[in-house]
Design a protein around this ligand. Sequence first.
Ligand SMILES: C[S@@+](CC[C@H](N)C(=O)[O-])C[C@H]1O[C@@H](n2cnc3c(N)ncnc32)[C@H](O)[C@@H]1O
Length: 963
Amino acid sequence: MPTLISSLQNQQPTDATQLQRPIAPQPVRWPELKVQDKVLGKKFNDVWYYGTILDIYPAVPEENQEWKCKVKFDGKGMKTLPGRLVAYKDPINCFLRVGTRIVALYREDDAPSTFYAGVIAEAPSIKNNRRFLVFFDDGYAQYCDAKELHKVYMQSENVWEDINIETSAFIKEYLRIYPERPMVRLSKGQVVRTEWNGKWWTAKVVETDASLVKMYFQADKRVEWIYRGSTRLEPLFKALANADAIKAAGSARGRRHNLTMRPSDALRPSVEYTRSAGEDDSSSSNSAKSKYVAKPSEANKKKSNVAKKSTGGANNSELSKSGQWEAPWIRYQRKATSGVQKSRNADSASQEPDKASSKDKSQPGQTTDSSRPTKDIASILQERLATAEVEYDEESATGERKEVRLEAPGIPRRVFKPHRCSPVCLYDTNDGSDKFKGRSSLTIPLLCGWERQVCKTRPTTKRHIVYRAPCGRRLRNIEEVDQYLLVTNSDLTIDLFCFDQQLHVNIEFVPVKTFCDIKDLSYGKEHYPISCVNGIDRHYPDYVEYSDHRIPSNGVQLNLDPDFLVCCDCTDNCRDKSKCACQQMTIQNTSWIGEIDPEAGYHYKRLPEPLFTGIVECNVRCKCDKRCHNRVAQHGLRMRLQVFKTEKKGWGLRCLDDIAKGSFICIYAGQLLTDRGANEDGKQYGDEYLAELDFIEVVERQKEGYESDVEGMEFSEDESDVNYKVSKDSADDDSDYTQKSSPPEASKRKLRGSRRKGQTTTEDTDDNKQGVKSAQLLNRQSNVATDTAPSVVSEAISISDEEDEEEDAGAATVKTIKPPPEVPKEKLKARARKSTGGSRFNLSTTFKTSHEPVSEMDVINEKKERAPTRSFFNDDTECYIMDAKSMGNLGRYLNHSCTPNVFVQNIFVDTHDLRFPWVAFFAGQYIRAGTELTWDYNYEVGSVPDKVLYCYCGSSMCRGRLL
Ligand SMILES: C[S@@+](CC[C@H](N)C(=O)[O-])C[C@H]1O[C@@H](n2cnc3c(N)ncnc32)[C@H](O)[C@@H]1O
């Protein structure tokens, strides 16, 4: 029997517009309705009208007897109604809890406003402009002011029981998980497939209003407001369906970090899990989180709860076997407001679906730190102090950016005289950066007699960087520096130079207060010490056996025999990509997911964006030396990083010096486990540090048309048939795929083919075979003749003396500058999209010609049609796992962020076996000294049954949950 709800007693009559956050509940008695009171009552067709109470039964309240009243409606009509069908006539100008039953005026442009019943779905907050969100019983959603709400007199303890059957399941689920709410983050202009009358349509975001979004349906030029948490929006439909399917399937794979960013991630609408301020935000790893989290089902209890990171990327999208996903979610929408407008009562009309701060005071020749003088240099060269000024750049709670006085060895400044550059141009400081172990890498050239100048060339005000070489020659870009290094046979490598004018080479981050202070977490195993500080509490990090490389555990057959490596014979240290066999492997492999990108790979030893098809570095068998342009990750840590205690995420990693975009940071090393071993270990010791080596799967998924989503976003106003168009292209691509993308048969043929010339004749053990197989698979589309790569004859430097003089004469003035704003995100996104875009293999798994909501089974079936690459590895059907829990390197300390500054890259260094790439982290943008380094774990919420992990990345784009 409906009772006067407990929530009623918790209401605080007050001016709701003043509220910013829920107020502490105060017991309040709501007025009892009496005879002659004016009320709102439900009359017919779910519409509520004003009326007057004529009688109340029972006259004296009795236990177990339902309260009723006889209402005479204004106009005509009379009805006896229970308390849940009667509402106060006067608006309740007070705070009402989420879940409160109300009646509100539903506003319609094309019809008079009418009263309907609904439930409060959101309390007023700053985010929603201090309005209540109401879910009406028939599936519409609308923001209302407090003065528009009329509280229903009585409601059941389970409010969804007072609502019609179609809506009740949604409300029940909504309230069960509230305050957490999955919603699709959308922005104007995005195109999202949206359901209408059981069919998927292409619709574009016109406007967003807090939790609502206004969608424009191209086909019938209609707009509609929809709740962003509605499964009518395909991204949410898919996310929830996936989670549900994983649960249903008892995914034993658990949590795996997706170490590779998906190319279209930045472009696709993502699902966020919002929580209201002040509400329960405690991180919990189990179902005990709150009363809203369902207890694990018996079936789920039996499932493995092990969580592993994925080093490959895209999310698991398998669904339940039936291809059906039944969720209690229903559509929530606001009325159509233009075009073909739909009145509330005309929803069912069938529709035709789509056819388809500080200034930079650095001076040239700045000298360097005296704390670790390089004696031999000092003895050879005169000491010269630079004019660096020490100043505080920025203060924060954790530390400050300080400009360091670089006390350089005394290097006399040479006056430039026209000459032809050669090795004599260099000082005798030129025997490698090893002398400067531990120093910020970008300061090393300065220690060798170089100057880094911030210049402003008149008459323009554009600032740029110029390097002044030891011989006085001024070099204006990375290409010139590289040529200089070549002709002078310098030991310095090109990644020690950076022309990004916002980057400061002489600023370091210094933490302000620390309780624990460990000098080097790597105990000398890294080239650079990894300091560890705690400015939060007195705890020390757990002991981890430090290893800068991966360690195969029992059962992992990692063949590191160099004879199985393809190699190059470059003599120019692999400057010419077109002639380097190793870089050609990287380049050719881009054809797996699109057209060959001749620029793929490192660019002057930096990687500006992730390359999903992997990077093959030069190896021990190659002719090049350690200065090679294609050797990056293998050199290990080359920057000063620090482990520090964060407020809410445990330990994290930050940089002590500015990092240039594209710089290699570190790898993710740990114990290499089999999938089974990882599940067992994870269950026993925790799964926070498990990372899955799923390079193969990521590449395969790219082939399968991840880009199709992005293509679908190329929305034009006059494109009436997006679905059709995409599918048509995809059909063409299908045939392309069979010809160009190494179908299984072709691959098999290659596997049986002869071993590459120059490769070992070592007895074919199983492991060795696997290694060969793997390398060949990796190269199955590569036409590189590994042993015929021609060498490059070094040419004289092409910088003319005249040019140089002109630049000097141009009186480039050294300026102090403020760092400009960071590169706009959109740019990064655009580039990311370009590099992997143009996929020819859009197999239309997402967009289909059918106007049915996508059957996830179709996705699975399509996958089955092609033999996955991993099937070539005999019994190896599962990915190998890197576990950095008890043994590993600093990579284990990188936390997750929804707007990361680091990305992950699969790299082949010591083996070309596709199953065993190195997992490396690169800077996705310029990173200021003192910034925490983060990457996107790409976890899938719901992928580990009954595990909830809230995200504390603090980003304005935070998706709310990791798991
Ligand atoms: C690979 S570890 C990262 C290092 C870890 N913070 C530590 O103290 O060793 C992953 C774990 O860090 C925590 N974590 C990382 N990023 C987080 C985030 N954005 N929000 C909350 N917790 C996070 C989670 O507990 C996660 O399971």
